[in-house]
Design a protein around this ligand. Sequence first.
Ligand SMILES: [Zn+2]
Ligand SMILES: [Zn+2]
Length: 163
Amino acid sequence: MRTCAKELVYFRQRNSDRKSYTERIYRLFTGYLAGHGLRLTGQRRLILDYFLKADRHLSREDIYTALRRHGIGRATVFRTLKMMEKCKLVDHVVGMAGKPRFEVNIERPHHDHLICINCGRIQEVRWPKLEAIQEETCRKIGFTPNWHHHEIFGWCRDCSRKK
Ligand SMILES: [Zn+2]
Ligand SMILES: [Zn+2]
């Protein structure tokens, strides 16, 4: 079963500049919606707020389950996430069985993910040496990298112990 441990390691601290961070995210999303003739409705706001409070990678089902008492349906969660991805506010991490999980991606350093196939926990890792090797290899063959995701699937420390 999923643990509740904090997953988003490389996340901005909840300190004094947290408020302006939240405001920048709101401005970005509101601007994106306006550009498409849409508004930040109460439901979209609830989904965004839920994201900003989350300390782990969220599946569509997590969001739906948490917010359905507000009358938010699966289709709204699906569409809102699509829009949040389009404006690069959130990114998705491919989880188990192809089920994506999402994380806020604004002003966070690049990181990759270790995914436990037993409990589903996702750990964030940074590999500066690996990043440098990738960049060098791309440069050598004249490839311009745009983005990448590394996902390593396996057993987390807790689950390995219980094996
Ligand atoms: Zn595990
Ligand atoms: Zn992450």
